[in-house]
Design a protein around this ligand. Structure first.
Ligand code: FNR
Length: 379
């Protein structure tokens, strides 16, 4: 029997490239090439959306239906993309979203991503479900920043565990390792997911903790209601509890409603991520982009609003900022770039996105992020 892993094209999975081919000039090129470098099941897992993929498609459509009105003649001599966010300085308004199990894309997984993030002065949010330990990733990022003299914020994404004791263990480990913010994901505790991880890839941070089921068991009497899965879903009480446990800035990820955002901030959240988890959770959900203006308006001006889901080019970043985002995150493109060329791929992917953003800002006459206003957008 042939055990060579095959890609979605039915060919042997291609090893990561050692240099970046001139043919890669956009994130879309990474998607195209990644098909050759990912095992078919891993590709399907990364690509997938909930149910009929309606939300997945809608996330892109929401960006594509907005057009930009160019503004010539602006003074760009002091133009930059810097911004303060949660007492940190972002060099540009893009962060790497938490994406689990990055060893599915490359043996170095999150370690390669962390080096790339630091090299490109980009924020990285490390998933609870990382395939390297949160300590090793933080150490790698710190070493890379020292070597390169460049850095970006390193935040930890928290999934609530079966008991508060286990959740707290993760919080304390993230604090001790030097993460500077916690991003608590509240929208994905319950989802359909049936991807069996290949040998060697696991949620190493959760070793020794009881593993939670995340999808409904079709063979049991109770589907979802009445099960631990439903009982342990994050709640407002958990937010109040978590807020009291840590002094790190607390960012709540997975919000699509102005009321929920406002209540989370009232209860102590420092920032919100408007997200539908890249269309992976509720099919038919609204896109974060279309909810941004209402959520921005529902919160005090000082509270940062981040967004993700569907960001694939520099103009998307500009559109999101014009609609109220302080910064955006990219999810899947990390995995495509990792699979194609490891650390180099992720760094290059970020370089492309940043170059596109600066070009879009120049074309629309925006010398700073504050100049990016809704008037630039035409529907
Ligand atoms: C994710 N996402 C995610 N979110 C989170 O809070 N913790 C996690 O561990 C993961 N893991 C994960 C794995 C994979 C394969 C994907 C594609 C996504 C969601 C992620 O943070 C982000 O919200 C979306 O990926 C954003 O959408 P785009 O950029 O992929 O369209």
């Amino acid at each position: 029997m042939n055990s060579t892993p095959l890609n979605t094209l039915g060919m042997p999975v291609q090893p990561p490239l050692q240099s970046i081919p001139a043919s890669i000039t956009s994130l879309a090129d990474y998607v195209r090439l990644a098909r050759e470098h990912l095992e078919a099941g891993a590709w399907a897992h990364i690509e997938s959306g909930a149910d009929q993929y309606l939300t997945l498609a809608h996330n892109r459509a929401a960006f594509d239906q907005i057009r930009l009105c160019p503004q010539a003649l602006a003074d760009l001599s002091n133009a930059h993309t810097r911004q303060a966010l949660l007492s940190e300085q972002l060099q540009w308004p893009v962060l790497l979203a938490p994406v689990a199990y990055q060893q599915l894309a490359h043996p170095e997984g999150e370690l390669a991503t962390a080096r790339a993030a630091m090299a490109m002065r980009t924020g990285m949010v490390v998933s609870t479900l990382s395939s390297h330990s949160l300590e090793d990733i933080a150490q790698t990022a710190q070493t890379a920043s020292q070597e390169l003299g460049r850095s970006g914020p390193l935040w930890f994404q928290l999934y609530q565990q079966a008991t508060r004791e286990y959740t707290l263990q993760l919080v304390r480990r993230a604090e001790a390792a030097g993460y500077t913010a916690l991003m608590w994901t509240v929208d994905a505790h319950i989802k359909r997911s049936s991807y069996p991880l290949p040998p060697g890839v696991e949620a190493v941070n959760l070793r020794g903790m009881p593993q939670q089921r995340h999808s409904a068991d079709l063979m049991s009497e109770q589907i979802l209601f009445g099960t631990d899965l439903a009982r342990h879903a994050p709640s407002w009480d958990d937010l109040i509890w978590l807020r009291a446990q840590t002094r790190l800035p607390l960012i709540v990820k997975g919000v699509l409603s102005p009321q929920i955002a406002a209540r989370a901030v009232d209860l102590g959240a420092d920032a919100i991520v408007v997200s539908n988890h890249g269309g992976r959770v509720l099919d038919g959900a609204v896109s974060p982009l279309e909810m941004l203006p209402a959520i921005r308006a529902a919160l005090p001006e000082a509270v940062p609003v981040l967004m993700d889901s569907g960001v694939r080019q520099g103009t998307d970043v500009l559109k999101a900022i014009a609609l109220g985002a302080s910064a955006v995150m990219v999810g899947r493109p990390q995995m495509y770039a990792l699979a194609v060329a490891g650390m180099l791929g992720v760094a290059h992917m970020l370089y492309l996105l940043r170059a596109e953003l600066e070009l879009a800002m120049a074309q629309t006459g925006c010398a700073t992020l504050a100049d990016i206003q809704p008037q630039l957008l035409v529907r």
